[in-house]
Write a protein that binds this ligand. Sequence first.
Ligand code: ATP
Ligand code: MG
Length: 587
Amino acid sequence: MSTGRVDRDPLEGLDDEQRAAVCAPRGPVCVLAGAGTGKTRAITRRIAQLIRTGHVAPGQVLAVTFTARAAGEMRTRLRDLGIAGIQARTFHAAALRQLRYFWPQVVGDQPWPLLEHKLRLVGQAAQRAGTGTGADDLRDFAGEIEWAKASLVTAADYPAAVAAARRATPVPAAQVAAVYAAYEELKNRNRMLDFDDLLLHTVAALEEHPPVAQEFRDRYRCFVVDEYQDVTPLQQRMLDAWLGARDDLTVVGDANQTIYSFAGATPRFLLDFTRRFPDAVTVRLHRDYRSTPQVVSLANRVISAAAGRPAGARLQLTGQQPAGPRPSFAEHDDEAAEADAVAGAIAELLRHGTPAAEIAVLYRVNAQSEAYERALDAEGIPFQVRGGERFFHRPEVRAAIRGLRAAATGSSSRSPIWDPAVGLGGAARAVLAQQGLTTQPPAGSAARSRWESLRALAELADDLAGSTPDADLGQLVAELDSRAEAAHPPAVQGVTLASLHAAKGLEWDAVFLVGLVDGTLPIQYAEGDQAALEEERRLLYVGVTRARRRLALSWALSRTVGGRRSRRRSRFLHGLVPQDNPPARPR
Ligand code: ATP
Ligand code: MG
């Protein structure tokens, strides 16, 4: 069996519980643990350990997670451990790849194109069904269709399923069902696949075509899932189809970080794992290696108020980092003032040496980013709005990759710009200079952001040269192609602006949680729905636990400057803001 090259000991820097998860023999393993306790570290090391001990070859491992960025992160960490050739992907990317491979066998030569944006088709379906066709209606319908497909609910079953799930529907359930049915029909007639179809068809190929299942299961032997609390029934069905009768599955998750229930995710599979696999090795981790005790204490308090089944699985976290500043709480008159104050505080951090990439501003809904984009712009602070998945679509990035490809194929090492003295980083910079990469960043926000894209590519070349010393431009282009396919952009320098949902699994030295008012967190439509309110509380928990050292929470009483100060601080902060708890006075 060919095994990967392992430079570092996978057991280095693990505590006893993490080591138990990493060293467990092949078979089912479940790591149930709170934020920052090293779950992602443990599964990455487990893969490395299984390979090192010869239990599995790199090509036989399939690691899945929920965002392209997390999958990329896992590949990077594995590469740092000296292991290449692991498939680490999102469920969708894995399904797309498998389906492409098996399609000719199960359907035919004609590939069905992928429907990347479904709103237009949903619009036609809504028209047919005679319902509302406004932009909000269509977004609501699309959300319901996605929830239903992720929950393995057909159009005919939709009304009964929403009733059973006590799910609020935007319009009467029968109308949603009619739009859903029309959408499916139109889509199939046009021979197109939406993202959920990728999984549905992969499941069908494996379940209904024994030779396909056989070939797949010969190839992949070992499965690993990160963030398992957010698996949907459809994803679970695909995982089951991958496994067949086998049980070589490692899952890690934190039920208290379930934040995608609205889209059909459920922590049920995580919480019931040992019931399904009674022989599973189960490990609980409670040491938080990410955050200071001050941040950990706030996180514990946020989640201690939680109710519902996930809350039953929570563990009190113990911070392992040295002490740091207390989390700060600030109230502002209006949103602009809040954004200005945050930008000012960020400028101060930058002046004191915190790198921009180590700072994040996190909010509940994407629309909140605008005020922060403006405020950071005014301070001249570079930032990137998450959703960086579009990185590979940016014109300057496409042009740069074309340039790198041309240089690489020109004549690899004999190419005029290939000079061993400058190495891969130098060779890449020479090409990128033709695209506009200068030593100093240009003035102006748009030019600056183009420049940051090019710099990110140059730094990726440096990283590659660091991990693979003899890498050439051809390998850089191959790395870029594989990242583009997996939608895994390189790190662009700048403060991160992201929604709480997009921040899952990530960490920064300094985190600003902004816009913490009732109606935003919890979001308005969660009002009156206990389960939805609990999910909103978990979102705050996810936000708090992203910070390594500095955490600032803020809110504004009015949306507009001089507006009515009618907003209220988020109810989740009650009892957490220091002045809420004056020290008991001696009588
Ligand atoms: P989340 O729930 O947010 O996904 P997680 O449980 O996956 O968190 P990791 O991201 O794996 O946690 O680890 C959090 C941080 O702690 C990382 O920076 C990681 O490198 C570090 N870490 C994990 N385990 C250890 C350890 N045993 N010793 C030192 N640092 C550790
Ligand atoms: Mg993690």
